[in-house]
Design a protein around this ligand. Structure first.
Ligand code: GCO
Length: 482
């Protein structure tokens, strides 16, 4: 079916029949019940207690209390009318110490969730790892240690054998870049380590864990569709100066190619291996056969997209400031030697992330051109804004509606250009624990009153409901030029 408009006055952009609309969450960000039913301690329980690590000292101990309010949240999903729900399983609920037999009460919780989704005709999309590593594994070196990949394989086997009959779509890892480079490199995320050599080793071990999970899922679940979710971005040079072009290439190497190249081409990018050659243990942890495991065929790629970036070489920061640009004071990755530039006049979200939807279109086209034509799901896209409940008891988050409309329209542009995008998931169903920002950043299409746990649907919830019903989006004029 053609997805193009029927007349110049018709601003409706229909999506192909069967396009999958969904919404996403993650275990630590919503569940709470941190010590219930045998759940073990995760690295985020530990990290969030470290003074200064998370804004206001917030933790996921209670979060959205989803563990106890699951039925209410399932009803919200049904009202929303989505065809799929992406959630993650907390490894420490299934294996409290990171190894050994399954904790049945932990698995039972996800069984109830999957059954509740099925009863409502909502397809479960299960992420196996959204950052909550069992603390006992971190105590033995976490993702810097090869042994963690075998522990992950055992965990995947337990989950797949328990839920496999009712879950078709499996995501091995969410954003391994964040787990490795933010967790072990910049120290902004759990476990809060600042060591580039460890970050590179974690990068490889996470991908190896993904590779080890693939055959396990395929043998445990007949119809398994297996994929991985990457946070990819469109990183452009601030000028055509060769130093800036090289700076953008380094950022692209670190954020995009260190993941896409091994998964789809079976090799790490040589420029990045050279760049990290002196970081220990770094990529010296690669062993024969690893890349063949990592590059096994998958069924889809999950893409999380939030914002693009413009970068220059750090040596040119003063010059750029003198020319009137706003240059970020520092880069969290000292080894990359880059600075980010603000784009004058561009709107931002409450995360201070620039809003630029066409970066999503160009990213999707690049994946198709340079890597593969597999189905792609946008497994996360959304925005934090300073929402509030108005005197009429409503949350009129018109800025979020505009953001979603522009980005869904950008996905439509990619489909029109021939990219095989098969679904879109809004981040997030609920306001939740936004990692080092705690509860201060609201991404939900449902407001959560954290002191009471009460839920209130926002205007964006109704807007997204209509979009899903119509399987189309109104043309967004503000998408802008690439
Ligand atoms: C991530 C995660 C989510 C975040 C969301 C907003 O990308 O960091 O997958 O857990 O909450 O992206 O930052």
């Amino acid at each position: 079916m053609s997805t193009t408009r029927t007349s110049p006055l018709d601003l409706t952009r229909p999506f192909p029949p069967g396009f999958l609309w969904g919404t996403a969450t993650a275990s630590y960000q919503i569940e709470g019940a941190a010590t219930e039913d045998g759940r073990g301690v995760s690295i985020w329980d530990t990290f969030s207690r470290r003074p200064g690590a998370v804004l206001h000292g917030d933790t996921g101990d209670v979060a959205c209390d989803h563990y106890h309010r699951m039925n209410q949240d399932l009803d919200l999903l049904e009202r929303l009318g989505v065809g799929a729900y992406r959630f993650s399983v907390a490894w420490p609920r299934v294996q409290p110490s990171g190894s050994g037999p399954a904790n049945q009460r932990g698995l039972d919780f996800y069984r109830r969730l999957v059954d509740g989704l099925r009863e409502r005709n909502i397809e479960p999309t299960l992420t196996l790892y959204h950052w909550d590593l069992p603390q006992p594994l971190e105590d033995r070196g976490g993702w810097c240690e090869r042994d963690t990949t075998d522990r992950f394989a055992d965990y995947v086997d337990l989950v797949a054998r328990s839920l496999g009959g009712d879950v078709e779509r499996w995501i091995t890892l969410n954003e391994p870049w964040c787990s490795s480079w933010l967790g072990y490199g910049a120290g902004y995320h759990a476990p809060g380590i600042r060591d580039i050599g460890k970050a590179a080793a974690a990068n490889h071990h996470l991908l190896l864990a993904h590779g080890k999970a693939i055959p396990i899922l395929r043998s445990a679940v007949d119809s398994a569709k297996v994929g991985i979710t990457l946070n990819l971005g469109d990183h452009r040079p601030g000028s055509d100066h060769p130093l800036d072009v090289a700076a953008a290439r380094r950022v692209d190497g670190n954020l995009n190619r260190l993941f896409l190249d091994p998964i789809f081409h079976g090799e790490y990018p040589q420029d990045m291996l050279d760049h990290y050659a002196s970081a220990q243990p770094g990529f010296s942890v690669i062993q024969d056969g690893d890349l063949a495991l990592i590059a096994q065929p998958i069924d889809f790629l999950g893409v999380n997209y939030y914002f693009p970036s413009t970068v220059i070489d750090e040596s040119r920061a003063t010059e750029a400031r003198l020319a009137g640009y706003v240059v970020a004071p520092e880069d969290p990755f000292p080894d990359l030697k880059v600075r980010s530039l603000e784009t004058p006049g561009r709107d931002k979200t409450a995360m201070d992330w620039e809003i630029h939807a066409s970066g999503l279109t160009s990213l999707l086209m690049r994946i198709r051109d340079e890597y593969h034509s597999l189905p792609i799901y946008i497994t996360e896209n959304g925005a934090a804004f300073d929402d509030y409940v108005d005197p009429n008891g409503q949350v009129l988050d018109l800025n979020r509606i505009a953001y979603l409309q522009e980005h869904i329209s950008a996905v439509h542009d990619a489909i029109d250009a021939g990219v095989n995008v098969q679904g879109y998931f809004v981040w997030s169903l609920l306001d939740n624990f936004e990692w080092s920002f705690g509860y201060s950043r609201r991404f939900g299409i449902v407001w959560v009153d954290f002191p009471t746990g009460d839920r209130l649907t926002k205007a964006s919830f109704d807007w997204y409901h209509d979009t899903v019903q119509k399987n189309s989006v109104e043309y967004a004029t503000s998408v802008g030029s690439p």
